[in-house]
Design a protein around this ligand. Structure first.
Ligand code: PEP
Ligand code: MG
Length: 325
């Protein structure tokens, strides 16, 4: 299998009907960069910046952050990198940051909520990102955006930091793209307001599904009670894809789903063309992509979205088998 995936490394991911699918990887530490070339990944669709903070004994200084981001950009070369700003709080506790104890950490002051409440933390990180990407393309996205206001406020902080750098005569990134992660179900009903403010969005299906199904993703008693291949989940994803297509907003999926061939089959059938997966998922997903005839798959999938079943996994599997995927 491994050898087979290695042969696919330089083969572009194009479906049988000619649709180009972009396969990116998720990363978070410098060691992840080593696999970038082996997998044939087309870039980093999600760089989890909090990993550096989690393995550190103290708050990483501006210089340490800048150094890591520069290394990531260097390793990626011409390939795009999307940096996700700090996603800490909740269950990702940093011993050196005095956080209040929360009854429900997953619903607590995590990610962008912490970033907006303690702006010095987020501003420092944005400063490091802007500095590391001087003269290059910088893509930044904010985790756990639940309201349009939060995105607006976070984006304003990017502007403030750009002004700060400009006043000091620093070279800015040659191109700056600011995006939101879609992880809170509230956004599903406010995409019309959100999308015009973003340069791109990325769907974090791990969190989106845990919040949609009110089932803690880290709790084995409940995390398997629902199936991502279910009509509600697939319809939510379809809605996001459709709204993004309307506004011409680039959209990717960066949750674990994107790295599993059957789930990724469902995603591309719904119209997603950018998937960011753990490194090990790129080969298997690419092999799937090469075998798919999207128009035929789409006809089959449309019926499944109307099903009253809690899971359509078996049906998606049969569809894939019928189409020789
Ligand atoms: C997600 O929630 O799907 C996601 C990609 O972010 P993380 O897994 O880091 O929460
Ligand atoms: Mg998430």
């Amino acid at each position: 299998r491994r050898a087979e995936f290695a042969l696919l490394r330089d083969v572009p991911a194009i479906t049988r009907d000619g649709t180009r699918i972009t396969l990116l990887t998720n990363a978070g530490l410098a060691v992840d960069l080593e696999s970038l070339d082996d997998t044939g990944s087309e870039g980093i669709g999600l760089f989890r910046t909090e990993f550096q903070f989690m393995v550190s004994e103290e708050l990483p200084r501006l210089e340490a952050q800048t150094l890591l981001y520069r290394r990531v950009l260097d390793a990626a070369g011409d390939r795009p990198v999307t940096f996700r700003t700090l996603d800490i709080g909740g269950d990702k506790v940093l011993p050196y940051l005095d956080a209040e104890r929360e009854e429900n950490p997953a619903l607590g002051r995590r990610a962008i909520r912490l970033g907006l409440d303690r702006p010095s933390l987020l501003r420092l990180q944005l400063r490091a990102l802007l500095h590391a990407a001087a003269g290059r393309e910088l893509r930044v996205m904010f985790p756990m955006i639940a309201t349009v206001e939060e995105f607006r406020a976070a984006r304003e902080m990017v502007d403030v930091e750009c002004d700060w750098a400009r006043r000091r005569g620093r070279t800015l990134p040659s191109m700056l793209r600011v995006g939101a992660m879609i992880e809170a179900p509230s956004l599903l009903f406010h995409l019309d307001a959100l999308l015009p403010l973003t340069d791109f969005v990325s769907v974090g299906t791990n969190d989106l599904l845990q919040y949609m199904y009110a089932a803690d993703r880290t709790n084995p008693l409940v995390s398997d009670r629902y199936d991502p291949l279910s009509p509600p989940a697939l319809r939510a994803l379809q809605e996001i894809q459709a709204r993004c297509a309307e506004t011409g907003t680039p959209v990717s999926v960066c949750g674990e789903l994107a790295g599993r061939p059957l789930e990724a089959f469902a995603l591309i059938t719904l119209g997603f063309t950018r998937l960011s997966a753990p490194a090990g998922g790129v080969g298997p997903v690419k092999r799937m992509v090469l075998s798919v005839d999207l128009p035929a798959a789409r006809r089959g999938m449309t019926n499944l979205l109307g099903s009253s079943a809690g899971s359509v996994r078996n049906e998606v599997e049969s569809l894939a088998r019928k189409l020789n995927v």
